[in-house]
Design a protein around this ligand. Structure first.
Ligand code: NAP
Length: 303
């Protein structure tokens, strides 16, 4: 059996179209559009390209988008004042501070200064607490886990009562997705196990999984024989394992990316599987857009 591919690139297009349609309808009725500001400190090339992609996507779905670039030597005090300005700005519904920040700035202090109701990354402790409580308390799920759950739902995978095993317990992927999958409700209500470097016999846990979510950052960590036949495998890992000439410009070298799962062998056993690249990756910015729209909808009382 060859597994069905769950393609983030295709799901992204569907969701962005849905967001753009909703933005247009809100604009017609309320004469307002979601506002997203991305704050970039310094000119780190990787950060700059992430921010540019976020801004382009925001523009595409009809948001007001602001790119606020600050010098690398901005003081912590001035950065906090800038966040305070956007916290008070009625036209802004989402504030994103691109990480990493320069060493002289306390990242935690800066992220915690964002108004939780505009924290579209979902990393503020208030939103982490809301996620844990779930139900009506939930405001913003962090973007990568939100993307994972959306892919599972749109692939039509049964989550109700499913055994979900999450490999990895980071604050940005493992812990939040585990929490989300155990909540009552659509796309969840699963029985969840988290495994990590302290786990004894990881293989035995993975073998039980109806849905296996792998976010370890170790290429090929999950072996094909650890996969239950027919399982849904979500490979979050993005590992640079080498370089190859670019398809568009063979003189330019691009990274060879591999996931945490041995994809070619796993797709012969799994029922459905995400590729790397083109799987979970494209979902993160998409869900950032969804969270920003959600923020405006909360404000308008139309959630
Ligand atoms: P992280 O903070 O480094 O956490 C990795 C987790 O995996 C840790 O909990 C660690 O366990 C566990 N782990 C590592 N090696 C293991 C092993 N041999 N056996 C069992 N558990 C192991 O990583 P992250 O930020 O969650 O990211 C994980 C991967 O997802 C990376 O490849 C990253 O690039 C990718 N990622 C992709 C996206 C996206 O596509 N949009 C977004 C975020 C992350 P301990 O806690 O015991 O150390």
């Amino acid at each position: 059996m060859t597994a069905k591919l769950i393609k983030g690139t295709e799901i992204r297009e569907q969701i962005l179209e849905e967001i753009a349609a909703e933005v247009a309808a809100i604009k017609d009725k309320f004469e307002v559009v979601p506002g997203l500001v991305t704050i970039l400190v310094g000119q780190n090339p990787a950060s700059l390209s992430y921010v540019t992609l976020k801004i382009q996507t925001a523009h595409r779905v009809g948001f007001k988008e602001v790119q606020d670039s600050q010098p690398v030597d901005i003081s912590e005090e001035n950065l906090l004042a800038l966040i305070d300005k956007y916290n008070k700005d009625d036209s802004i519904n989402g504030i994103l501070v691109q990480l990493p920040l320069p060493g002289h700035i306390d990242e935690k202090k800066v992220l915690n200064a964002i108004d939780p109701d505009k924290d579209v990354d979902g990393f503020h402790p208030v939103n982490v607490g809301r996620l844990m409580i779930g139900g009506d308390e939930l405001r913003f799920s962090p973007c990568t886990p939100a993307g994972i759950q959306e892919m599972i739902i749109r692939a039509g995978v049964e989550t109700d009562g499913a055994e979900v095993v999450v490999v990895g317990r980071s604050n940005i992927v493992g812990k939040p997705i585990a929490n989300m999958m155990l909540q009552k409700g659509k796309g969840a209500n699963s029985t969840v196990t988290i495994v990590h470097t302290g786990t004894k016999n990881m293989e035995a846990h993975c073998k039980r999984a109806d849905i296996l979510i792998v976010a370890a950052g170790v290429p090929g960590l999950v072996k094909p024989e650890w996969i239950k036949p027919g399982a849904c495998v979500i490979d979050v890992g993005v590992n640079r394992v080498g370089e190859k000439p670019s398809k568009n410009d063979p003189k330019k070298m691009v990274a060879v990316l591999k996931g945490d799962v041995d994809f070619e062998a796993a797709r012969e056993i799994a029922g459905s599987i995400t590729p790397v690249p083109g799987g979970v990756g494209p979902m993160t910015i998409t869900m950032l857009m969804k969270n920003t729209l959600k923020s405006l909808k909360f404000k308008l009382g139309i959630q």
